[in-house]
Ligand binder design. Structure first.
Ligand SMILES: Cc1cc2nc3c(=O)[nH]c(=O)nc-3n(C[C@H](O)[C@H](O)[C@H](O)COP(=O)(O)OP(=O)(O)OC[C@H]3O[C@@H](n4cnc5c(N)ncnc54)[C@H](O)[C@@H]3O)c2cc1C
Length: 295
């Protein structure tokens, strides 16, 4: 089918005021993570913002379309963004988008890929040779299994066991030599890769809007997330913070580290008679919440 667009007239409008590049003319902003990892901010929408504003302006612009004249009471940009964040009026935040390039261990990527609202294009170890890069924590940072949940805790393991763990990871280097040898002998890349461990690095381009990015950050900057993915999430927050400082501040104030109370918990506070549940886990969570509320 032929589509004729030659008679459609496109009108190109000049911006109303002076604009600036929110990335300051850079091709990308990079943060190194661990030894081989990387978080690079490659692009932002809106890339251009009115002088005197930040990319936050796109959130306000979108919100004003839906609120129209009704925004008169909350017509200051910061106040409006904070109001939207508090009331989870999220769609205006979807008007800002970020494109990243990430280099991370496969075990981090597996947790990351569960966040389905991003657009992802990953390096193919089927078509390309896996690079000789493996994640190894330092001997001084090997975490012990937590005794209160099923995760790694904050406590470090004794030095001898930490060294043993690092030796165990060093075997990945030997596996890489075998991988290369087998590739040279003609084994296909798609098969040779399957003997490599999950601390090998992968990379991808990852594009996400601000609303879903903040959802990702609230889960992955949180203390319950694995430290390695937290390191990446924190680097991403550092990169977007100067681009959308008002939204980032609202996220820190209202969402990150916020405590959500169930109806039963609200009743427990009101009555002063404790939580009405037999469930041990729920009770433990309530104790944790009480601590963070200073109760
Ligand atoms: C500390 C921690 C521990 C975890 N442990 C495990 C584990 O042991 N095993 C495991 O499998 N996963 C685990 N996860 C992953 C978790 O279950 C989520 O898959 C992940 O956090 C992504 O969350 P999300 O679905 O809200 O995000 P996204 O996929 O980014 O989705 C954002 C929102 O969009 C909506 N949405 C997106 N896709 C759909 C859909 N198809 N249908 C309906 N709504 C949709 C939902 O409202 C969702 O909240 C863990 C995550 C964390 C943070």
């Amino acid at each position: 089918m032929n589509v004729d667009v030659s008679n459609i007239r496109i009108e190109k409008k000049e911006p109303e005021g002076e604009m600036f590049d929110v990335m300051g003319g850079s091709a990308r902003w990079e943060v190194k993570v661990h030894d081989h990892g990387l978080v690079a901010l490659c692009d932002v929408m809106p890339r251009m913002a009115p002088v005197g504003k930040t990319a936050d302006f796109a959130i306000v612009q979108a919100a004003r379309v839906s609120y129209g004249q009704g925004t008169k009471q909350v017509n200051e940009d910061r106040g409006l963004i904070r109001y939207l964040a508090r009331h989870r009026h999220t769609t205006p935040f979807e008007m800002v988008e970020f494109k990243f390039h990430h280099v991370m261990p496969i075990f981090v990527a597996r947790q990351w890929i569960r966040h389905r609202t991003a657009n992802v294009n990953e390096y193919s170890a089927r078509y390309s040779v896996v690079k000789d890069r493996f994640y190894k924590p330092s001997v001084q940072s090997v975490r012990k299994q937590s005794t209160v949940n099923r995760q790694g805790g904050d406590e470090l393991i004794d030095e001898m066991t930490a060294k043993e763990f690092c030796d165990y990871l060093d075997k990945a280097d030997a596996l890489y030599a075998d991988y290369e040898k087998l590739l040279e002998k003609g084994v296909s890349r798609e098969l040779a890769r399957i003997g490599l461990p999950v601390n090998a690095f992968t990379e991808w381009y990852w594009k996400c809007d601000l609303h879903n990015l903040l959802h990702f950050l609230s889960l992955r900057m949180d203390a319950h997330a694995q430290q390695e993915i937290r390191d990446y999430a924190t680097a991403m927050f550092a990169l977007i913070q100067p681009i959308v400082p008002i939204a980032a501040e609202a996220f820190m104030d209202y969402h990150l580290g916020a405590v959500q109370l169930s109806r039963l918990e609200v009743e427990a506070i009101k009555s002063g008679q404790g939580l009405k549940t037999e469930n041990k886990r729920e009770n433990a969570e309530w104790e944790e919440k009480k601590k963070s509320l200073g109760l």
